[in-house]
Design a binder for this molecule. Structure first.
Ligand code: ADP
Ligand code: MG
Length: 365
């Protein structure tokens, strides 16, 4: 009876899961994945569809101003840029940072702004020199019955924002962004794992199509407002998909919360990081692939460990109970050794998760 009790001590069972959790959390953190919600991480293996935000997620979000068009030919272009930059100084959108940088490069003095307001996913507004200024998206123009100037529609691969002075079109600024280096590879890998890859962006359809074609996406949605990103997630879920959302902006936060797994890009906003289950600290889209892979590896280690921890009892307990008596009797001391060995096996097996890094074709993962 003593041997049975010693052998059946569920020590290995107790450490089977926590050891894997501790190791996988540490390994993930070291490789660019900050796990805020364990359950979401372990469910990463179930992902069937993933929706990426564009700006700052698939692209670097480091916009450079490529063109400034002022409609009023008598207006001073530098003053125009200074006014817009003054407004944008108070926004944390990547577009805003690009415009402010352009003004700084020209050493422009920025005027003061009053009544600044941000319309998430649409643009910003504020008063400069007693006049109302707005910097907005093409869809904002459309919903407010304003015509998009022809010169702007020609710029198909760029993001264009429009400047309104007292609600009248005053000009536009075109900006270019770069696709993140590993975005294409990430998309390819995700598709290889039978995961559908979509993009949902607040930007205009031309840019969206340009990026979607370049990355060979399964589908894209353009000019979507934050609540519409949520609808896209819900729609996919209702079709039976297990959906992950990856985004960086305030505009992505509702969708990050709605998705089965919310993934925030580290270089993005605090709001996105606060809402997400997992944060990509190195801001690499390919880390999403690692997340799925490592989520799978972690889960299978857990299952293996449960087998090791309980499986050994299948033969050890009958032995301890004297099934082979009188040919073989398991002594309490030997029972204790067996019990300890099962714990050691479980611990060593969990350690193998470190090896997962080296198995990824010599790459970091
Ligand atoms: P994305 O989904 O690609 O990250 P957002 O939803 O953040 O884009 O923004 C959608 C659109 O709203 C932008 O493409 C831009 O036209 C406009 N916009 C948003 N914020 C700003 C801003 N600070 N200044 C100018 N335009 C903005
Ligand atoms: Mg974004």
């Amino acid at each position: 009876m003593v041997t049975v009790m010693v052998t059946a001590c569920p020590h290995a069972l107790g450490v089977a899961i926590p050891l894997v959790v501790a190791i996988s959390t540490a390994v993930s953190a070291r490789n660019g994945l900050l796990i805020r919600n364990r359950t979401a991480f372990e469910e990463a293996r179930k992902i069937t569809a993933i929706v990426f935000d564009k700006t700052g997620t698939l692209t670097e979000g480091a916009f450079g101003v490529t063109e400034i068009e002022v409609l009023d030919k008598n207006a001073n272009a530098d003053q125009f840029l200074a006014t817009v930059a003054a407004l944008e100084q108070q926004s944390e959108h990547p577009i805003a940072k690009g415009i402010v940088r352009a003004a700084k490069d020209k050493n422009l003095v920025l005027p003061s702004v009053e009544n600044f307001a941000s319309m998430t996913g649409q643009g910003i507004s504020g008063n400069v020199g007693g006049e109302n200024w707005q910097v907005v998206s093409p869809s904002f123009l459309k919903t407010n019955g304003l015509q998009i100037p022809e010169a702007a529609t020609e710029r198909t691969a760029e993001t264009v924002v429009f400047v309104l002075k007292n609600k009248e079109l005053a000009g536009f600024i075109a900006l270019a962004d770069k696709i993140r280096e590993d975005a294409a590879e990430a998309v390819r890998e995700l598709k290889n794992q039978n995961i559908k890859v979509f993009m949902a962006t607040g930007d205009n359809p031309q840019v969206a199509k340009y990026i979607a074609d370049k990355l060979n996406l399964d589908g894209w949605f353009a000019e979507v407002l934050p609540h519409q990103k949520v609808e896209i997630i819900k729609d996919l879920q209702s079709k039976g998909e297990f959906v992950a959302m990856t985004g960086d902006g305030v505009n992505d936060a509702p969708a990050l919360a709605e998705a089965n797994i919310g993934i925030a890009v580290g270089s993005g906003t605090d709001v996105a990081a606060e809402t997400a289950d997992i944060i990509l600290t190195d801001s690499r889209p390919s880390d999403v692939v690692n997340l799925v892979r490592f989520g799978k590896a972690t889960y299978s280690k857990m299952v293996q460990n449960l087998w090791w921890a309980t499986g050994y009892n299948v033969f050890a307990i009958p032995l301890a109970a004297g099934i082979l008596h009188p040919q073989f009797v398991l002594s309490p001391a030997l029972g204790a050794v067996l019990m300890s060995v099962s714990t050691v096996v479980v611990a060593l097996n969990a350690q193998l998760l470190h090896r997962f890094l080296k198995n990824q074709n010599g790459k970091k993962w």
